[in-house]
Design a protein around this ligand. Structure first.
Ligand code: SPD
Length: 294
């Protein structure tokens, strides 16, 4: 079997009682008991691994950091896609940066009004591995409204002449290839790609462990956008379990009025998102709210 051979060739087959730990600080982390390592290979950009775990099913890690698990990925992907899509009054064209697993695309194609979703992913290995091991996540790559572009998003956003209504930055963490996706020049380029009602969301990090990063990224976004907010989603396998997503819009107050008519067309397909959670997700605990005040 191809993937078994990849694993063997790197001596990554583990037997006996094996636990994977993602370190969150020098003194804390998350540990999952692993049945077996299904895939482990260094791509041109990062170490791509798939673990089969007892508690969370299959888990995708990049450079030893958890990107998704079968059990809780729905929460993250629904909130990355439906918050901006239902906040925007008429989202036709959408750009997804990163997210080579296809989870955001799967959510986007639930919107009948979608005209086109362009997915820009730097690492083709991530797409290939997710199609093989996570077909329920990578289910929309062949959808007629989806275009997959394999290239560095930093170049794509500088060179494309396309314009978008919604941009979703579903990056990996700010180490390795994703570092510059958290910096000012990238946000400058994204603002230029958005139409006049444009909405951008970007995954930032744990409000608990990475409040400095959240404050820095939100302040950078404020330089280019009329309204910047933070919302959160509960993802048990991400550090601290609560994940912060930046929301930046060219017009004020879109986030407060998610489109109920469009929501009603696909609500039976959702497990996390609803209109109450949309609004409630923007309510922040004081320790993070206070750092984001102007
Ligand atoms: N530390 C977890 C951050 C992961 C953000 N993106 C993951 C990709 C899932 N589509």
């Amino acid at each position: 079997m191809l993937f078994g051979q990849d694993v063997n060739s790197e001596n990554q087959v583990h037997t006996g009682d094996f636990w994977f730990t993602e370190t969150h600080t020098p003194h804390a982390g998350l540990t999952l008991r692993v049945k077996r390592v299904l895939y482990s290979q260094q791509s041109d950009y990062q170490l791509v691994e798939v673990l089969e775990t007892y508690e969370y099913g299959k888990v995708l890690t990049l450079d030893k950091l958890i990107m998704l698990t079968e059990r809780d990925e729905f929460a993250y992907h629904e909130m990355m896609a439906h918050v901006p899509m239902l906040a925007h009054p008429n989202p036709l064209d959408v750009l997804v940066i990163g997210g080579g697993d296809g989870g955001c695309l799967r959510e986007l194609v639930k919107h009948e009004s979608l005209r086109k979703a362009v997915q820009v992913e730097i690492d083709p290995k991530v797409v290939e591995v997710c199609k093989n091991f996570f077909p329920q996540v990578a289910s929309a790559f062949d959808h007629p409204k989806v275009e997959l572009v394999i290239c560095d998003a930093l170049n794509y956003v500088k060179e494309t002449e396309a314009k978008f209504d919604v941009i979703i930055v579903d990056s990996s963490d700010p180490v390795g290839p994703a570092t510059e996706l958290f910096e000012a020049p990238f946000f400058f380029d994204l603002e230029k790609l958005l139409n006049e009602d444009g909405v951008l969301v970007n995954q930032i990090g744990s409000p608990f462990y990475s409040s400095d990063r959240i404050e820095k990224v939100c302040n950078l976004l404020k330089e280019y956008f009329c309204e910047v907010k933070l919302y959160t989603v509960h993802v048990p396998t991400y550090p601290s379990g609560i994940w912060g997503v930046g929301y930046a819009a060219k017009k004020e107050n879109f986030w407060q009025n998610p489109d109920e008519v469009r929501y009603n067309t696909f609500l039976e397909k959702l497990k996390y998102y609803n209109l109450d959670i949309h609004k409630a997700s923007f309510a922040l605990p004081e320790y993070i709210h206070s750092t984001l005040k102007d």
